[in-house]
Design a protein around this ligand. Structure first.
Ligand code: ADP
Ligand code: ADP
Ligand code: ZN
Length: 215
């Protein structure tokens, strides 16, 4: 099974991908996570991507497609892939088709998380993650069960992203509308797009996605 989770920043792609990884043993391929790791490690890719990400613009198609290629090569053929935050442009969508063919995979579904844009700023500005295991949280919508302690690993250290501020979110939403939303018709023509109400509770969204994958 190979699926794309598509939706604007804050739609819940990462949250849902983490749950599918737990429930189904699939692998999450998040270009955002890969790029943040590269920035942290100070690799050439990271050095090139850092300022672009801080502005909320898109990193080059070549860079992200190479990152995806490397992950697909590293993960082997048997695990399913969840593409989270990739592809984001038409060029990336074409690159993904070629990469999937090279790796003997094919795309099962593109799941679009439909969300009200006004909700996204609140989602993004309240977002934080466990610094140890990466579990995602929210100040209002998904607080740890025990205050300031990660549900999954017990760590008491959390972090927030530099780009999760209102200004950058507006730029990122603009990028989504201009460059990412236009790739949907290509997948619609193949009959693989499924829509999910991303405004529902986290668990309800997961159930809707699970129902699609089980069909
Ligand atoms: P994306 O990966 O699409 O940018 P995230 O999964 O990181 O989005 O979600 C953004 C923020 O919104 C996180 O803090 C997350 O906990 C929260 N969130 C995710 N899904 C929901 C939901 N269905 N309802 C309320 N909050 C949510
Ligand atoms: P979100 O889901 O909140 O939009 P991501 O973690 O997916 O955030 O991406 C963070 C930033 O990393 C983006 O704003 C962009 O600068 C860069 N990025 C991530 N994935 C891609 C991609 N596929 N193409 C170009 N830039 C990307
Ligand atoms: Zn943790």
């Amino acid at each position: 099974m190979n699926i794309i989770l598509l939706g604007p920043p804050g739609a819940g792609k990462g949250t849902q991908a983490q749950r599918l990884v737990e429930h189904r043993g699939m692998r999450q391929l998040s270009t955002g996570d890969m790029l943040r790791a590269a920035v942290k490690a100070g690799t050439p890719v990271g050095l090139e991507a850092k300022a672009v990400m801080e502005r909320g613009e898109l990193v080059s198609d070549e860079i992200v497609s190479k990152l995806i290629d490397a992950e697909l090569t590293a993960m082997g053929a048997d695990a399913g892939a969840i593409f989270d935050g990739y592809p984001r442009t038409e060029a990336q969508a074409h690159a993904l088709d070629a990469l999937l063919a090279q790796h003997g995979r094919s795309l099962d579904y593109v799941i679009e998380l439909e969300v009200n844009e006004d909700a996204l700023v609140e989602r993004i500005t309240g977002r934080f993650t466990c610094a140890n295991c990466g579990e995602g949280y929210h100040d209002v919508f998904k607080q740890p069960a025990v205050e300031a302690t990660c549900d999954k690993c017990g760590s008491r250290e959390f972090k927030r992203r530099l780009d999760d501020n209102e200004d950058t979110v507006r730029t990122r939403m603009g990028e989504y509308r201009a460059k990412t939303a236009p790739i949907l018709p290509v997948y619609e023509a193949r009959g693989i797009v499924r829509r999910v109400d991303g405004m529902a509770d986290i668990g309800t969204v997961t159930d809707a996605i699970e129902a699609i994958l089980a069909a």
